[in-house]
Write a protein that binds this ligand. Structure first.
Ligand code: GTP
Length: 402
């Protein structure tokens, strides 16, 4: 009997201990039970249950507004002000007066060849036959061209003989005179960029691919705007979409308007529209960038001829500028001829003079084409285009500061 009492007491203790153990655990169980009191979760199941825990804070009432607040900040509102902040940042182009003088250091390669080389030759005590031959060679090496060199050297020899010039400075001054004369300083190098009969002046810009046409259009627009003109640009190089984008970038920097068409569209129609737009908005000048692929001379002539004819429905083209890359030297002259046959070129823009030691190409270009060099490109910078001036140019070429 005593044995039974012990067992009952033990059972009572076990029962009390069990209740004491279970009650707190039952109290800690979260919310409503999931359907069916299942077996303890497997590690995988636990993961799927736990996973939401760290995620849950995001959709929680505190976190929820965050994505909503972030979205507009990242998207349109930030981007839009950014572009509209960039757009009005219109630049003020550098004044055009005296640019060639300011940029003379860019001719350093040519200065090395012509300036230093010739000065060394001219400083010899006696200019004998060999010295004259070397002078001739320097000029030919600098791309002055055979014909022009022969004329320059024979006139210089004559003057030295007649005037008895002896000091290197005297001879240098005489050489400068001859180089300037070879550049025909009387030629009109002004740009026909002012309105005619109430219509904007129309400038066509032509040349082979890569010569720097688009860049030059952008730089000319800056020159004109710096001089107080209003300008509309026509992106008639529809062959290459990037050319129109490039022109648009140049235009936006100076607040000019661009007329462009879809890639591959008719260049003549874009050119027509650009002039029309220029007339409508009362612009002073319309500058038209054209494509210059040269694989087919007939095709090129047809295309440029058509652009010109269509533009002329609004009135005569004021100026057709041929852009030539100075670094292509005498080869470039051959290509240039094709353009002069296709359209009546009224002025040459010689680009990349900063990239060549052969600054004499200016003389050869003018002499061969019989067309004035009106502007020279002396770098990739926005204002690295200068009105050409023979005296300043020769002075820079013959400077020994190279
Ligand atoms: N160093 C130097 N680079 C220049 C000058 N002018 C233009 N360039 C560079 O020449 C390259 C070609 O210029 P673009 O204006 O694209 O030539 P493009 O004739 O319009 O070429 P396409 O559009 O292919 O017909 C660019 O990298 C210009 O920055 C210059 O005077 N000096």
């Amino acid at each position: 009997m005593e044995y039974v009492v012990y067992i009952l007491i033990l059972l009572g203790v076990v029962l009390v201990a069990g209740i004491a153990f279970l009650v707190p655990r039952l109290r800690r169980r979260p919310g409503p039970p999931s359907p069916g009191p299942e077996a303890p979760p497997s590690p995988a199941a636990r993961a799927s249950v736990e996973a939401p825990a760290p995620v849950r804070p995001a959709p929680s009432p505190v976190a929820e507004p965050a994505p909503e607040a972030e979205a507009p900040a990242v998207e349109a509102p930030v981007a839009e002000p950014a572009t509209s902040v960039e757009a009005p940042a219109v630049e003020t182009p550098a004044p055009t007066a005296g640019r060639l003088v300011r940029l003379r250091a860019r001719l350093s390669r040519s200065q090395g060849l012509l300036g230093q080389g010739l000065l060394t030759l001219l400083s010899r005590d006696h200019l004998d036959e060999d010295a004259w031959e070397e002078i001739e060679e320097s000029l030919i090496t600098a791309d002055v061209g055979m014909e022009a060199t022969t004329v320059i050297v024979s006139r210089l020899r004559e003057k030295v003989k007649v005037l008895g010039a002896r000091t290197p400075d005297d001879v240098r001054a005489l050489l400068a005179e001859e180089l300037v004369a070879a550049l025909d300083p009387q030629l009109d190098r002004s740009l026909a960029a002012s309105p005619v009969d109430g219509r904007p002046a129309t400038l066509l810009v032509v040349g082979v691919n890569g010569a720097g046409k688009t860049t030059t259009c952008g730089k000319i627009a800056r020159v004109l705007i710096a001089d107080g003109h209003s300008v509309v640009l026509g992106a008639a190089d529809t062959f290459r979409a990037a050319a129109a984008d490039q022109l648009t970038t140049w235009a936006s920097r100076v607040g000019a308007e661009v007329v462009r068409g879809p890639e591959g569209s008719d260049p003549a129609s874009v050119a027509f529209d650009a002039v029309k737009r220029g007339i409508d908005v009362g612009a002073d000048t319309v500058l038209i960038d054209t494509a210059g692929r040269l694989q087919n001379k007939v095709g090129l002539m047809d295309e440029l001829g058509k652009v010109k004819r269509v533009v002329e429905k609004h009135g005569p083209v004021s100026e057709t500028l041929l852009v030539l890359d100075a670094t292509t030297g005498q080869n470039g002259l051959e290509q240039a001829r094709v353009f002069t046959e296709a359209v009546e070129v009224t002025g040459v823009v010689l680009t990349k003079l900063d990239g060549t030691a052969k600054g004499g190409i200016v003389i050869a270009v003018q002499r061969k084409l019989g067309i004035p060099v009106k502007l020279v490109g002396l770098g990739e910078g926005a204002d690295d285009l200068a009105p050409f001036d023979p005296t300043q140019f020769v002075d820079a070429l013959l400077s020994d500061a190279g």
